[in-house]
Design a protein around this ligand. Structure first.
Ligand code: NAD
Length: 366
């Protein structure tokens, strides 16, 4: 009898404690606690993509509408005046989330305390292919990686955009060994978004109703957009994009080449390379990585290969990934047909060749 009494009392105490906890949590939700600002480095900030990206970051398009930011803008000495002008524009934006701006040509000052690094700066592509660009960018990426290694937050998340993006990311990983390898990624989200748009135009549906295309491998002129697993919201559930399109010839030819040559098409029309579509893709990449991918959706990211889909471990290779709580994981178990396998292997070979060129150029730097 006494034991029963004791259990009853214990239960009452536990229920009271639980209710008090719920009440405190409810009241706390009304207290407006501002988050600490995150420090975001944008290298190459005076360039085309930089100028489109900075107001997006300051407005919360990358890290969310309640995340204050401090922006570190880095560029090179000849563009120092332009960089100052960009800072004036940022200040005139009067962005509530923007808690500070540093504009500098000193890579060490730029990397101090950085939580997120967006690497746009580098030697421009012009007529160089990826291999030609490696020689020109290797010294830049070695120096920037060393500065991040020594001065950035040890859990800093890095997105490399500057071409050759996958191999620049690999060099960065090499010279920033204390930044976890899963924190170093490269951009293929622009190609991913372009592929979504191609399918939406083909089927005459809204782009928001298309999901789960894949960009495999390398961001190069041979990049491979794969629509085999893409689905489309038909209003009565998601259906296979491949079945709805019902034209394998188009999927194996124009669909791929339209995505591969989209950058050139934009240059011909605009007389300038793409800017805000690339900036939007940078925000999409970081937002999904940090905040998470929507349920049932994956995105393409250049990430450190763990050998998934038979791809050589240690390459920075673009895979389909889902993200949760700041961590990405490669989508497993997708059926790969012969056509896709050939393209994936060719891109793996291309990246191994880029890696070989990069490492042999590194030895000439020592
Ligand atoms: P841009 O030439 O307009 O700007 C590049 C900026 O980088 C310039 O302001 C330049 O002064 C600066 N820079 C050069 N060397 C630097 C260094 N050592 N440190 C810091 N800054 C440096 O080019 P953009 O159109 O803004 O494109 C930026 C990069 O992104 C290019 O390499 C481009 O090829 C690449 N890109 C990649 C993708 C992708 O999907 N991965 C898409 C579009 C563009």
């Amino acid at each position: 009898m006494e034991t029963l009494d004791l259990i009853q009392k214990l239960l009452v105490v536990l229920v009271c404690l639980y209710l008090s906890w719920r009440i405190i949590r409810y009241l706390w939700s009304f207290v407006d606690v501002e988050k600490d600002p995150l420090i975001v480095l944008v290298s190459g900030a005076a360039g085309q993509i930089g100028c489109a990206l900075l107001p997006m970051i300051a407005r919360g398009a990358m890290l969310g509408p309640d995340q204050p930011v401090i922006i570190h803008m880095l560029d090179i000495e000849p563009t120092a005046e332009i960089l100052k002008g960009v800072k004036l524009e940022l200040m005139d934006g009067a962005f509530p989330l923007l808690k500070g701006v540093i504009c500098t040509t000193d890579v060490i000052e730029a990397c101090k305390g950085v939580d997120i690094a967006i690497m746009l700066g580098g030697f421009p592509r012009r007529k160089d292919d990826n291999k030609g660009l490696i020689f020109k960018n290797i010294g830049i990426y070695k120096a920037q990686a060393s500065a991040l290694e020594q001065h950035a937050d040890s859990n800093c998340k890095v997105l490399v955009v500057a071409n050759p993006a996958n191999t620049n990311a690999l060099i960065l990983k090499e010279f920033a060994p204390s930044i976890p390898e899963e924190n170093i990624t490269s951009l293929t989200r622009l190609d991913h978004n372009r592929a979504l748009n191609q399918i939406s135009e083909n089927l005459n549906v809204h782009v928001g109703d298309v999901r789960n295309v894949i960009i495999w491998g390398n961001h190069s002129s041979n990049l491979y957009p794969d629509a085999n697993h893409a689905t489309v919201n038909t209003g009565v559930g998601y259906k296979s994009a491949k079945e709805l399109i019902s034209d394998d010839h188009w999927l194996h030819t124009d669909f791929i080449s339209n995505v591969q040559t989209r950058g050139q098409t934009i240059i011909q029309a605009r007389r300038l390379s793409c800017a805000f579509s690339a900036a939007t893709a940078v925000c999409d990449h970081m937002r999904d990585w940090i905040i998470g991918t929507p349920k049932g959706t994956w995105v393409s990211m250049g990430v450190y290969s763990d050998g998934s889909y038979g791809i050589q471990p240690g390459l920075i290779y673009s895979f389909p990934v889902t993200c949760e709580k700041g961590e990405w994981s490669i989508v497993q178990g997708l059926k790969i047909d012969e056509f896709a396998r050939e393209k994936m292997d060719a891109l793996e070979k291309e990246l191994i060749e880029e890696k070989t060129v990069a490492y042999s150029s590194l030895s000439s730097l020592h």
